[in-house]
Design a protein around this ligand. Structure first.
Ligand SMILES: Cc1cc2nc3c(=O)[nH]c(=O)nc-3n(C[C@H](O)[C@H](O)[C@H](O)COP(=O)(O)OP(=O)(O)OC[C@H]3O[C@@H](n4cnc5c(N)ncnc54)[C@H](O)[C@@H]3O)c2cc1C
Length: 306
């Protein structure tokens, strides 16, 4: 089922057809409050009442012209204005293929630099990590921007064999890293096929990040997982090394484990929720279903709801 859903996430015919169905639209509402920026920011405001801060991201990937990439950058510049005007503790997370990575590396370096400059002291501009063929280019863009702006952060995936080495190589830059398990369909040559190996790597990387942060060798680590086992391991490691709970964060996606999100925030942990919005939600939604195929039944139920 996971592979079928990940295959569907890359299928352009389905991406054109399925979002037209009402029941599919209804089902997505559980994971995204709406297609407009204001829908996301409205929820960000509501979550702040529970001590939860947020990151927002405009859905979409792989633009094919510089003009499209510029339009995405302009959109995010507007997001930063809106966040400031509404005094929200909200950061942005961007996909480099949406900032023109398929057209070369210079464009994304410039556009990301522009966003980091505009963001200033108020927060981090996060780089999402995409499928493995993009990892080298993503690291290069990150290094180039980080050399000029400290407020850029990078997501890394625990399912890739290479990530432990990538993290070691990045640590001299004192990077802010968001750690995830990884959401794409990857071949066994590059990624651990077994969940137990991914989990073990996630825990090792969490420990490296939290220790580096404690010793002043890393920016803010964000431990991004809905997995109760990963959350409790991160808490155990944090207790063991005695790291200040305000110097790192947990992160989860909007609509997933909302009770746990509130519980962690109420318990004094930094909790950041990533809220997605925009029209191009189909591939992203298929990846969310692939993470928990049981949710497909939820979609089926929406078919029969009036
Ligand atoms: C803030 C954030 C940013 C992310 N950014 C990226 C990125 O840039 N690049 C990238 O490749 N991936 C990204 N991801 C996705 C990530 O790689 C995983 O695919 C996703 O988080 C699922 O893995 P997991 O750690 O939650 O645990 P899993 O091993 O998938 O699941 C473990 C348990 O968590 C719970 N759970 C997980 N998913 C769901 C769900 N959809 N519905 C209900 N319960 C669920 C269930 O209890 C499940 O048994 C991001 C995730 C988060 C939270």
């Amino acid at each position: 089922m996971r592979n079928v859903l990940l295959w569907a996430s890359t299928n352009s015919f389905m991406a054109r057809r399925l979002p037209r169905f009402r029941f599919v639209q209804r089902a997505t509402r559980r994971f995204m409050p709406g297609e407009e920026l204001q829908d996301a920011l409205g929820e960000a405001l509501r979550l702040e009442d529970h001590g939860i801060v947020t990151t927002v991201t405009l859905l979409g990937e792989n633009v094919s012209t510089d003009a499209e990439a510029d339009a995405v950058m302009d959109h995010y510049l507007g997001v930063l204005d809106a966040v400031r005007a509404q005094r929200l503790d909200t950061e942005i997370s961007v996909k480099l293929t949406q900032l023109g990575l398929d057209q070369g590396r210079e464009g994304p370096v410039e556009r990301l630099s522009h966003l980091a400059r505009k963001c200033g002291e108020t927060g981090i501009v996060w780089i999402d990590i995409e499928s493995s063929p993009y990892v080298d280019a993503t690291l290069e863009v990150f290094r180039a921007v980080k050399a000029k702006y400290d407020n850029v952060g990078l997501c890394l995936q625990a399912y890739l064999f290479r990530t432990a080495d990538d993290l070691e190589a990045l640590l001299p830059l004192r990077p802010a890293i968001r750690l995830v398990k990884g959401a794409y369909m990857e071949p066994p040559e590059v990624a651990f096929p077994a969940k137990s190996d991914v989990d073990a790597n996630f825990v090792r990387l969490t420990e490296t990040l939290l220790r580096a942060r404690k010793d002043g060798r890393a920016g803010r680590p964000v431990i991004a997982s809905h997995d109760p086992a990963m959350v409790s391991e991160a808490r155990r490691i944090a207790d063991e090394i005695g790291i200040d709970p305000t110097s790192w964060e947990f992160a989860m996606l909007y609509g997933i484990q909302p009770v746990e999100q509130k519980r962690l925030a109420a318990g004094g942990y930094g909790m950041r929720v990533l809220i997605s919005y925009g029209r191009h939600w189909f591939p992203w939604y298929m990846r969310r279903l692939a993470e928990r195929p049981a949710n497909v039944w939820f979609v089926v139920k929406q078919m029969f709801r009036r």
